[in-house]
Design a protein around this ligand. Structure first.
Ligand SMILES: [Zn+2]
Length: 472
């Protein structure tokens, strides 16, 4: 497939070091809080990419780290320790926080049909490996000890600014933005590999090291975990665009200095989820999580659909109106799949041009919206229902929107018996809620939703309005 490569700033064929196999690394979450749906956009698009690579016959080996130590609130070694912040907020230990939010992250992923990577590695399980890598970097002269910490010496590299959209100016801004400058650094871009002295005296997790009791910097974990589990040659590295600098720049610096040869030729970055005010995040506006979307009556797969409707390399503009449109499109898709008559033999010959269309869309820089168009084209074609079903199943290996399951559910559902009185009461409340939502009276809409929840009524948004059923 052709995939945009941040390293060369071009669309390029995605190649693998070993034919037939693809080694893929993903920067995982820092598990100090629930995941924002903006962060989940990256994991979601990476999931589609992984599924497409498998669909196209490659054997994908995918590794993801879990950051449970060392990540400060600014990616440039300053600010608060994120894990410590989470632990303080909830009066728990760092490891309790890590476990809780790791589980929460994968629960969200499951709801969004994001496949769990083959190998998931918490950073705290590999500290000995980080220490070994830092030792080698010191031996080779790429790192130095200053003020009790070990730093990477970026002046030793001729190509530190590998991602073309960064330059010394951006870096200068990055440094200016950080509150306090670390006097131990020889060069502004240098970064910490190992902390023994930092402002976090309350740091809970510390390990013995040749440089004293301390803890690893954030960037070393991905270099080390990737080399440990995927070997010296990585094919594809993924992350959100936020990670490109300084995190990925630093990963490349460490890995290539350690290995002594080029490490990963292809870099995949997913753009931000924005709202009208810019990038959406935990700290700005409403903290949007998958659970919150569910509480507001959205199926998490509607959020998956919303993401697939646009290209990963463009910022995606979020609003509830836009999500409502996706909900409507999703319901329409489900009802079209539902309308297909079961049984019969598919005709692979007739299906081929549609498969080709789908494949061409996805192999052209993961164009998911054209992939969806291919699906629509199948559904409105004059192919037999059996062939349509066959193609839906085929495309769903990549899109994974749960269309067949949702259709099966709607077919067998709605068989609930409720009294006419109860139904009238529910209909009235739904009408009131729609009115409140129209008037943007979210408090009122939420109160009505709570009331319905107490009545065990589950709402679903469809193109023809809201439908409901009683939970069993
Ligand atoms: Zn990383």
């Amino acid at each position: 497939m052709e995939l945009y490569n941040t390293l060369t700033q071009k669309k390029e064929p995605l190649l693998s070091h070993e034919p037939g196999k693809l080694r893929m690394y993903t920067c995982g979450p820092t598990v100090y809080h629930f995941a924002h749906i903006g962060n989940l956009r990256s994991y979601l698009m990476e999931d589609v990419l992984e599924k497409f690579l498998r669909y196209s016959g490659l054997e994908v080996q995918r590794v993801m780290n879990i950051t449970d130590v060392g990540h400060l609130s600014s990616d440039g070694d300053t600010g608060e320790d994120k894990m410590l912040k989470g632990a303080k907020r909830e009066h728990k230990t760092v490891m309790e926080i890590a476990q809780f939010y790791t589980d929460a992250f994968f629960a969200d992923c499951e709801k969004l049909h994001i496949r769990k990577p083959d190998t998931v590695v918490p950073a705290t399980s590999c500290v000995a490996d980080f220490i070994r890598m830092i030792e080698v970097l010191l031996e080779k002269g790429y790192a130095y000890l200053a003020g009790g910490n070990v730093y990477f010496d970026t002046s030793r590299l001729s190509t530190y600014y590998v991602f073309g959209n960064q330059n010394s100016e951006d870096l200068a801004i990055g440094v200016r933005d950080s509150v306090e400058e670390d006097e131990n650094k020889r060069n502004k871009a240098d970064f910490v590999l190992w902390f023994t002295k930092s402002k976090f005296d309350s740091q809970e997790l510390k390990w013995e090291s040749p440089w004293g009791l301390g803890y690893p910097g954030w960037h070393i974990e991905c270099s080390s975990i990737s080399v440990k589990y995927l070997g010296e040659y990585l094919d594809l590295h993924c992350g959100g665009i936020d990670n490109a600098f300084p995190h990925h720049t630093n990963e490349i610096a460490q890995s290539e200095s350690y290995l002594g040869h080029p490490w990963c030729p292809h870099w995949f970055h997913v753009l931000h989820l924005n709202d009208k005010r810019g990038k959406m995040s935990k700290s700005k506006g409403e903290f949007l999580t998958v659970s919150l979307l569910e509480e507001k009556g959205y199926d998490p797969l509607v959020y998956r659909m919303f993401n697939l409707q646009s290209h990963y390399r463009k910022p995606l503009l979020f609003s509830f109106e836009a999500l409502d449109n996706s909900a409507q499109a999703y319901r329409k898709l489900v009802s079209r799949v539902e309308a297909l008559t079961p049984g019969g033999e598919p005709d692979p010959q007739a299906a081929k041009p549609y498969r080709d269309e789908f494949f061409a869309a996805l192999s052209n820089d993961l164009n998911t919206s054209l992939g969806l168009t291919a699906l629509y084209n199948v559904l409105k074609s004059d192919l037999s229902d059996a062939t349509k079903r066959y193609l839906v199943e085929d495309f769903e290996q990549v899109l994974d929107l749960g269309l067949l399951e949702a259709a099966a559910k709607t077919e067998s559902g709605q068989a609930q018996e409720v009294s006419a009185d109860f139904a009238r009461q529910v209909e009235e409340l739904i009408a009131k809620r729609s009115e409140a939502r129209k008037n943007k009276d979210w408090a009122q809409a939420d109160a009505i939703r709570d009331e319905l929840q107490k009545m065990r009524v589950v709402l679903k948004d469809t193109p023809d309005g809201v439908t409901w059923q009683v939970e069993k």
